[in-house]
Design a protein around this ligand. Structure first.
Ligand SMILES: C[S@@+](CC[C@H](N)C(=O)[O-])C[C@H]1O[C@@H](n2cnc3c(N)ncnc32)[C@H](O)[C@@H]1O
Length: 326
């Protein structure tokens, strides 16, 4: 007999406060080179737009990573081991984890995401679909201290971190995020992570400038969200989406460019933007396999296995704790 969904689904709310959002926006827009942290893309609308981006012809990472997982499913499951506690930071629509669940049979699945309403919807759908699975959804910011919502005795804890979300961080910040994941999974645990690879800039530039305009809407949704939640007055028509591959830094940079001299008021504070001035909204770093493995080692991980698609576009790695990490 299976437990009812209400027995198997739990929700833990550690969503950041609006005051934190306000403070981060004001700090970012006051900087010499204005920026908005990419975690703020993800309100419910942003999460739905990200789904659309993943389905565009140009956005190769999602279908390539899904292909890698499908093609290597037996090997991946054998490497991870059954009966783990499966934790997914930045779980989004939990689409990729569906490929693993039946074979992996985790004791529970913990999706962690900052997009509260979206997380609740997607986690409940998953609990209805997998009638044997315990789904313990955690709404939290994984860039803070990563803690499980309850104490778990020495179980095999595995983190699943697909989508190359790690690429959104500067390499030194990425080491910090990986280090937090390492501490959370502990000795005996591991991390299955998807990392986008360096490639021809034409493919990269197209991926972040889709013809249907979903990436543009996703980028501009940040301004809409700031208007709605912080009472600001950004005029969306006066900003343009701009994304390009920076060859020297091996990263996509996404910006919003001011189309004229203008000012914006947020919570009583006035911000001036010059014509052509940029607000940085996202980095997406692209790695070589070797460079990513070095980064993981800095965070105390050791690379056990790497899977790559036949075109060398994307990589999936299984990491566990290096012998000398605590
Ligand atoms: C690039 S998407 C990847 C989604 C999904 N894992 C995939 O592979 O398609 C990043 C996801 O991480 C979540 N996210 C981004 N920054 C976050 C943060 N600081 N804390 C928690 N979740 C975050 C977003 O809401 C979004 O669902």
């Amino acid at each position: 007999m299976t437990d009812s969904k209400s027995q198997r689904y739990q929700f833990f709310d550690q969503h950041p406060e609006v005051a934190d959002f306000r403070e981060d926006i004001i700090q970012g827009l006051s900087a010499a080179e204005a920026y908005i942290l990419p975690k703020y893309f993800y309100d419910e609308t942003g999460s739905r737009l990200f789904e659309e981006i993943c389905n565009t012809e140009e956005y190769y990472p999602t279908r390539t990573e899904v292909g890698i997982i499908r093609d290597n499913i037996d090997d991946i499951v054998e490497t991870l081991g059954k009966d783990c506690l499966l934790i997914e930071p930045g779980s989004g629509d939990s689409y990729k984890v569906r490929l693993l669940l039946d074979a992996l049979r985790p004791i529970a699945y913990l999706p962690i995401d900052i997009s509260r309403r979206y997380l609740q919807d997607e986690a409940q759908k998953l609990a209805a679909e997998f009638t044997w699975l315990k789904v313990h959804a955690v709404c939290a910011d994984f860039t803070g201290k990563l803690e499980l919502p309850y104490h778990v005795e020495a179980t095999n804890k595995v983190a699943f971190f697909p989508g190359s979300t790690i690429g959104n961080f500067l390499p030194e910040q990425a080491v910090f995020v990986l280090d937090e994941i390492r501490k959370m999974v502990g000795r005996g645990g591991g991390l299955l992570i998807g990392v986008d690879l360096q490639k021809d800039s034409e493919i990269l530039n197209a991926a972040y400038n889709d013809k249907e305009g979903y990436t543009e809407q996703f980028n501009k949704n940040l301004l809409l969200r700031i208007n709605r939640e912080l009472g600001a007055d950004f005029d969306l028509d006066q900003y343009k989406h701009h994304a390009f591959f920076n060859e020297e830094k091996h990263r996509i940079e996404m910006h919003l460019i001011s189309l004229q001299d203008q000012q914006v008021t947020i919570d009583g504070q006035v911000f001036q933007f010059k014509k052509d001035q940029a607000i940085l909204t996202e980095y997406s770093h692209k790695y070589t396999v070797e460079h990513f493995q070095q980064l993981a080692e800095k965070a105390g991980f050791r690379c056990v296995k790497t899977w790559i698609d036949e075109n060398g576009l994307f990589s999936v790695h299984y990491l566990n704790l290096a012998a000398d990490s605590d």
